[in-house]
Design a protein around this ligand. Structure first.
Ligand code: FE2
Length: 255
């Protein structure tokens, strides 16, 4: 598992150490870039291997590195009581941590807790790449949801096709960079489609919202393959969507 608590060496004077080491001495918990459970090319032709490689190795890796750096800086600022620095660091933590927070599916039955949410909710299509492991949703990507989530979608959106149409339209209309989500509102006990700007995680729209699916509509998620035609990316991504994952999260959240 990628979570790691940096080793504590309390005998060393924190003030004499570099920032990261001092943070480690105080037990700051950092995160590490996880491996993907599938090859970069496994989602082709829906999403090219080059996009997946760059997205993971460059973009996601940068969020992880900057998130860890900001945590260490925050730790130092708190230790010094540096209030302006503490406030200043909030935006870096939100931006990079938002990208990272999405990588933490909320339920422990998922073995790959630190995968990017985006990477996790994509899965190998049933007849491409030989399917996948049972652990990751062996039914194969793209297969519409069954059971409770399928029924809830029919009730709240009219049909599965209507939901796909709504999410694709809202993702296409989102200005600049951001995300489109299928959410469960735990209080209202209803599904909803939400959008967030930049790297803002779904929790910024309400602590009652549980992310079931999230689609990254930053240009880096599609431009190499789809150029400026975001709607084509949004119509093809459904072929590799891991509905089994969404269904399991839904069932746990509504149990
Ligand atoms: Fe991204």
């Amino acid at each position: 598992m990628a979570l790691r608590t940096l080793a504590s060496r309390k005998t060393l004077a924190a003030a004499a150490l570099p920032l990261a080491a001092a943070a480690a001495a105080r037990g700051v918990t950092t995160v590490a870039l996880p491996d993907l459970p599938y090859d970069y090319g496994a989602l082709e032709p829906a999403i090219s291997g080059e996009i997946m490689r760059l997205h993971h190795q460059k973009h996601h890796a940068t969020y992880v590195a900057n998130y860890n750096k900001a945590l260490e800086q925050l730790d130092a600022a708190v230790a010094k009581g540096d209030a302006p620095a503490i406030v200043h660091l909030q935006s870096a933590i939100k931006f990079n941590g938002g990208g990272e927070a999405k990588s933490r599916p909320p339920y422990p039955f998922l073995a790959y807790g630190f995968l990017s949410f985006f990477f996790f909710v994509l899965f190998i299509a049933g007849d491409a790449g030989g399917g996948g492991s049972e652990e990751l949703g062996g039914e194969g990507g793209g297969e519409p949801p069954h059971a409770k989530l399928g029924w809830a979608i029919d009730e709240d959106f009219g049909s599965f096709e209507a939901l796909v149409k709504k999410m694709s339209a809202e993702g296409a209309a989102l200005q600049g960079s951001g995300w489109v989500w299928l959410a469960l509102d735990k209080e209202a006990k209803k599904l909803s489609v939400e959008t967030t700007a930049n790297q803002d995680p779904l929790v910024t729209k309400g602590a009652n919202l549980v992310p079931l699916l999230g689609i990254d509509v930053w240009e880096h998620a599609y431009y190499l393959q789809y150029k400026n035609v975001r709607p084509d990316y949004l119509s093809n991504i459904w072929k590799v969507m891991n509905w089994k994952y969404a269904g399991e999260v839904y069932e746990n959240a509504t149990a």
